[in-house]
Design a protein around this ligand. Structure first.
Ligand code: AMP
Ligand code: MG
Length: 324
């Protein structure tokens, strides 16, 4: 199959047609690029797992264009409406009890469904043109780094899908915050650009999930994620330079990934994460993919700065406990 990349209005209409026919298309969102299929079509959902090589117990997020669309797939709640009014369209995914029409293949056999309302204009135009809820995980091969440009998607999925809609670099750059609204208290299962504090300010309570990620929670979180094809290490700021030199002595051409402030103090090869936590979220996945041109990556440990919590969640998964 040849994979077309398109950014014209007719490409969006073609994408909508392909979705209605049960095919998959990749499309831009403000978080990362998604690999979309009709959320109500079990065969389309199965194709998503096959194309990504994703374990079938890892459920998909269903993308909608407006609040009224919830009624077709889930049981709406007052909390969900309050969060919708505060943050949507935007980088927030809410878990609600599902309606029977949503197949097990989309939800990994759960009685709940994850819903998101992306703000990217192409994503919104696509959902509206297709007139369907669109199931879409990140458009990367399973376990690889999530894509934040059409080119990233092409590198992972060329020949596997008919169409990639081009919509520029993803503005937010990391996946949505996931909040589970089906338990006693709103629980943030995956950190993202919208923080638990912001959700708490709207609902009165909300916290990050602190326990071990088990079957019944966000199953995707238990898998190794966001991994570049080269070894990645975490190091404290003051150790970055010496860790890099240490790897060089072993003949490994390492690169450091660090904030702009830290980068200035280093003489090694550096990929900058920019000056703010928002910059770091926006740049981290591109940086991890760029690091694949080197022999290894050493990433600055930013856990002492609260605002880097969501970026650090991804960095910790990419480094998988390798500390220098
Ligand atoms: P991705 O599509 O790759 O961003 O991953 C979607 C994430 O949402 C995964 O970590 C899933 O485990 C999580 N998720 C999706 N649906 C549900 C659900 N019904 N209950 C809990 N977590 C979910
Ligand atoms: Mg993903």
């Amino acid at each position: 199959m040849t994979t077309k990349i398109g950014d014209k209005k007719e490409d969006v209409l073609l994408a909508a047609k392909l979705l209605k026919e049960g095919e998959l298309v990749a499309f831009p969102t403000e978080t990362v690029y998604g690999l979309g299929g009709n959320a109500l079509d079990r065969e389309a959902a199965k194709k998503i797992y096959a194309v990504k090589g994703r374990p079938s117990d890892n459920p998909l997020i269903v993308h909608l264009s407006k609040w009224e669309d919830v009624y077709a797939v889930a049981y709406p709640t007052a909390q969900a409406k309050a969060l919708y009014d505060a943050f949507c369209p935007g980088p927030l995914t809410m878990i609600l009890k599902k309606l029977p029409i949503v197949p097990d293949e989309t939800t990994g056999g759960r009685d709940t469904v994850a819903l998101r309302f992306p703000s990217h204009p192409i994503a919104r135009a696509l959902i509206e043109a297709a007139g369907l809820p669109i199931a879409a995980p990140s458009a990367n091969v399973s376990k690889h780094v999530s894509p934040t440009s059409a080119w990233h998607v092409y590198n992972d999925l060329d020949g596997k899908i008919p169409l990639i809609l081009e919509g520029g670099d993803s503005d937010v750059g990391i996946e949505s915050t996931i909040v589970d609204l089906t338990g006693d208290e709103p629980t943030v299962l995956r950190p993202g650009a919208i923080t638990a504090e912001q959700i708490k300010a709207v609902l009165g309570s909300a916290d990050y999930y602190h326990g071990e990620i088990k079957e019944a929670l966000a199953p995707g979180m238990k898998y190794k994620h966001y991994s570049p094809k080269v070894p990645c290490y975490l190091a404290k700021r003051e150790k970055l330079q010496s860790a890099c030199e240490g790897l060089k002595k072993q003949g490994i051409d390492a690169v450091v990934i660090a904030t702009e402030q830290t980068a200035k103090s280093l003489s090694s090869a550096v990929i900058s994460l920019g000056e703010t936590a928002k910059d770091a979220q926006h740049r981290i996945y591109g940086a991890l993919r760029d690091a694949e041109k080197f022999g290894a990556a050493i990433i600055e440990d930013l856990s002492d700065k609260k605002e880097y919590f969501a970026a650090m969640d991804r960095i910790k998964k990419a480094t998988g406990g390798n500390i220098l």
